[in-house]
Design a protein around this ligand. Structure first.
Ligand code: PMV
Length: 316
């Protein structure tokens, strides 16, 4: 067996400001540390690279992949950035505990796990910054999504809660520490929803009704600012109320759905301080802010109304 290099990256939730962040408004996101994607590279000395995704039963040789193969795209971006050939001599295997197409950043987490494993393989792990890792993942996200804001790759590469504003040429990125840790219950509708499609649909609606959508985006941006202030002050009750308000604006944006609204209502009824969809919407996951006293009831309430699964995640 050849030398093995392993790396991982977490999933993420968006606390405030999804979609509006694509239009330059601030947003807050946090890593989901225990839900991770993993990449393993083994030196083989072979004349090609075997790419494997055993979770989905797929494998392919790098030399025979199409341009849209996501793992091949990551390899090409790292090759381009590092100026070193990565087209032979190893196998690359990827697994992930993060549900796909569900707003938890699975694509960006897989990209970043692979980037980190490749950097180790090249002996560059210590000389490449988190910022550079995030930029490489952003390049890959752009190939798949068209107009990503960059918040997913940022929060996943930094593995810290971030305040993020999309800007040219550089985004504004500030990591922050909530004064009191937050406990979230993440509820999965089980409905898969492609970020690219939802982001594209919001763009078409914005083009048709610019004024109305600008009002919604402004409101979401203000909630992200207020959310950061409340988090820094340890004012958990206000964070919950702001999450509820953000969900209402996301409904106005048309990105919620009956299953998401159902889980959000169940979480609130079971005692959550606040609840909202998280990520692109129209499916995927929602988050509920809970306390030690309410966490069991909220998890049970979500499962009782049909959540496919629930995860616990601490922020802070
Ligand atoms: O990848 P998702 O589904 O978590 O969505 C990312 C958040 C959006 O604001 C909807 C898109 C973006 O690029 O920021």
């Amino acid at each position: 067996m050849g030398i093995v290099y392993t790396a991982s990256a977490p999933g993420k939730v968006i606390l405030f400001g999804e979609h509006a962040v694509v239009y330059g408004r601030p947003a807050l996101a946090a890593p989901v540390i225990h839900l991770r994607a993993r990449a393993e590279i083994e030196e083989t000395g072979a004349p090609d690279v075997l790419l494997r995704a055993p979770d989905v039963g797929r494998s392919a040789y790098l030399s025979r992949t199409h341009a849209d193969n996501p793992l091949a795209a990551v390899v090409r971006v790292v090759e381009g950035r590092c100026g070193r050939s990565l087209s032979a001599g190893y196998s690359l295997s990827v697994t992930s505990a993060i549900p796909i197409a569900s707003g938890l950043g699975s694509g960006a987490a897989i990209s970043i796990a692979v980037i980190r494993a490749l950097l180790q393989y090249l002996g560059l792990a210590d000389s490449v910054s988190r910022e550079a890792v995030s930029e490489m993942a952003y390049e890959v996200e752009r190939l798949h999504h068209g107009t990503p804001s960059g918040i997913d790759n940022t929060v996943i590469a930094y593995e810290r809660p971030v305040y993020f504003v999309r800007r040219d040429p550089e985004p504004q990125i500030e990591t922050f520490h909530p004064a009191r840790p937050l406990r979230l219950i993440i509820g999965d509708t089980g409905v898969r929803s492609a970020t690219k499609d939802v982001v594209g649909d919001v763009r078409r609606r914005w083009e048709r009704e610019r004024e109305g959508f600008e009002v919604i985006f402004d409101a979401c941006g203000r909630l992200a600012e207020a959310g950061r202030t409340a988090l820094l002050a340890g004012d958990i009750e206000s964070v919950g109320e702001l999450m509820n308000e953000n969900h209402a604006w996301l409904q106005q944006m048309t990105v919620s759905s009956a299953p998401l609204d159902n889980l959000v209502a169940a979480a609130r009824a079971a005692g959550a301080l606040g609840a909202k969809l998280s990520g692109a919407g129209r499916g995927g996951n929602m988050i509920a802010l809970v306390t030690d006293e309410t966490e069991e009831a909220v998890s049970a309430g979500l499962l009782a109304v049909g959540a496919m699964r629930v995860f616990k995640s601490d922020v802070g």
